[in-house]
Design a protein. Structure first.
Length: 487
């Protein structure tokens, strides 16, 4: 029959792509409006901005619609089926924010350099107080007072790193007085612990009373400086360090009497403690909320991180001395360069976060975001290493009688700088257990290499820190490529 369409059984299924598309029948103009269209119009902005149908399903469920209501009202089985329908009906649009974008990670370079100066100035106390550290080398051939100072410094770094995290946790919860109270209790306890450990390292009979007294003052200063830095009182701390700076300037012209040098050290310490006490007491009338207290155990990885970093830095400054005794040269320029580089390092940490945020706004795929974050990591790290290399070269040229400026020392310093900067970056993103584990393993490995003697201190640092730098670079590139890490 000419008006009929004859199909061989099974042939229509095989050739259905050759058939013309049948248009979807339109609803008559007199029919009731489609409830799905009404829902699409009512929730159009939310649906258009969704990146997956499941996000639309979550919006539907949050609107209070159950599956039974969806079946009755919209004729779909559940929220996911309705979400698929809405996803197909509403085109994707991602409007720009109403207000202009502001980068929250832009900070002043001058402020970061001021913090670097605050970090570096305490080193002048070792010059002003050198009369307290004078004396014959000990039985191991180390300079007088080396072990008490090392023990007290490591204790202070570990304790105050954990204490600062504890205080910052309270501040992050909006609790200024609990943060101040934690500092008021923790800083004196850390100072006492540092002094006792320094005294124990010097020997029960107090073989080096001057070094023990200096280490006790160092422990007290670290606690006071922690309180001031947590509350952003860098300028106050700079004022407290003015007597030490004055003493170092005087010693460039002539050597003042020992009582004058001791008085300058005591004045600087007393000023720092007094300013820290004022800062803490100012918070006692701050309002309290009933929020939960942060867990104290969460601060432990930060203390371990501070201890590991302290060991690595001390190996850089005193590795040759610890291996070869007093006849070896102290690598003070490397330690000074690391200290001064902390200001640019902090600024570059903010720059990384700024560039990563820009990548988050412009990237449309996970691979694109990984390229953006990895590129930002490489750029910021290279900038920091350039600054560190410049400071290290300048210190080596200006420091008379310092260690030779050979390739192993320079590369070891750059590897350590890589470890420190990436570890600080991971710490800023909350991945401090990873940073503490890698830095702790590197500190243990470098100590073992120094004690057993298969390599020189410079070669050992290059091998250990180079390996740790590669591990941290891989971890940083992987962990920070996750979008959720940048919330």
């Amino acid at each position: 029959m000419s008006g009929s369409l004859w199909l061989v059984p099974g042939e229509g299924q095989d050739r259905k792509d050759d058939l013309p598309d049948v248009p979807r029948p339109q609803r008559p103009h007199w029919a009731a409006p489609d409830p799905v269209d009404e829902l699409a119009q009512r929730m159009g902005d939310l649906i258009a901005g969704a990146v997956h149908p499941d996000e639309i399903a979550a919006i539907i469920e949050s609107d209070g619609m159950s599956d039974d209501q969806i079946k009755l009202t919209y004729g779909r089985d559940n929220s996911f089926a309705l979400a698929e329908e809405l996803w197909d009906r509403v085109p994707r649009t991602y409007p720009e924010p109403d207000r202009p974008f502001t980068d929250p990670w832009r900070v002043s370079l001058l402020g970061c350099l001021l913090r670097a100066l605050v970090f570096a100035l305490p080193g002048l106390a070792y010059i002003v107080g050198s009369h307290l550290l004078s004396g014959p080398p000990d039985a191991r051939g180390l300079p007088a007072g080396t072990l008490p100072l090392l023990a007290g410094a490591l204790t202070g770094w570990a304790w105050n790193q954990a204490l600062a995290h504890r205080a910052y946790s309270w501040l992050g919860a909006g609790e200024r007085w609990p943060a101040a109270r934690a500092l008021a209790l923790g800083a004196p306890a850390g100072a006492v612990a540092g002094a006792l450990i320094a005294w124990a390292a010097a020997g029960i009979d107090a073989d080096a009373p001057g070094s023990v007294a200096f280490a006790a003052g160092q422990a007290g200063y670290l606690g006071a400086a922690t309180a001031l830095l947590v509350f952003g009182r860098e300028r106050w701390l700079l004022c407290a360090l003015a007597p030490v700076g004055l003493g170092a300037a005087l010693m460039a012209v002539y050597v003042p009497p020992d009582p004058v040098r001791t008085a300058l050290l005591v004045l600087s310490l007393g000023t720092a403690v007094a300013l820290a006490a004022v800062t803490v007491l100012r918070c006692r009338r701050e309002p309290r909320t009933d929020g939960p207290a942060p867990r104290a155990v969460a601060s432990v990885p930060y203390g371990l991180f501070g201890l590991a970093v302290g060991v690595l830095v001390l190996h850089t400054a005193l590795g040759d001395v610890l291996r070869y005794g007093a006849k070896a040269q102290v690598a003070a320029p490397a330690a000074v360069a690391l200290t001064l580089s902390m200001g640019p390092a902090e600024w570059l940490l903010y720059r990384y976060r700024s560039r990563a945020l820009a990548g988050l706004r412009t990237s449309t795929t996970l691979a694109g975001f990984w390229r953006a974050t990895s590129g930002a990591l490489a750029w910021c790290l290279l900038c920091y290493l350039a600054v560190l290399a410049l400071l290290g070269a300048a210190g080596t040229l200006l420091w008379q009688g310092g260690p030779p400026a050979d390739a192993s020392h320079a590369l070891g310093l750059l590897c350590l700088g890589t470890v420190l900067w990436i570890a600080l970056l991971l710490q800023a993103f909350g991945a401090v257990p990873v940073a503490a584990a890698v830095c702790g393993a590197a500190a243990i490995a470098q100590t073992v290499v120094l004690a057993t003697g298969p390599l020189s201190p410079a070669a050992g640092q290059l091998a250990v820190c180079g390996t740790a730098a590669l591990v941290l670079a891989a971890l940083g590139s992987t962990l920070l490529a996750r979008v959720t890490a940048h919330r």
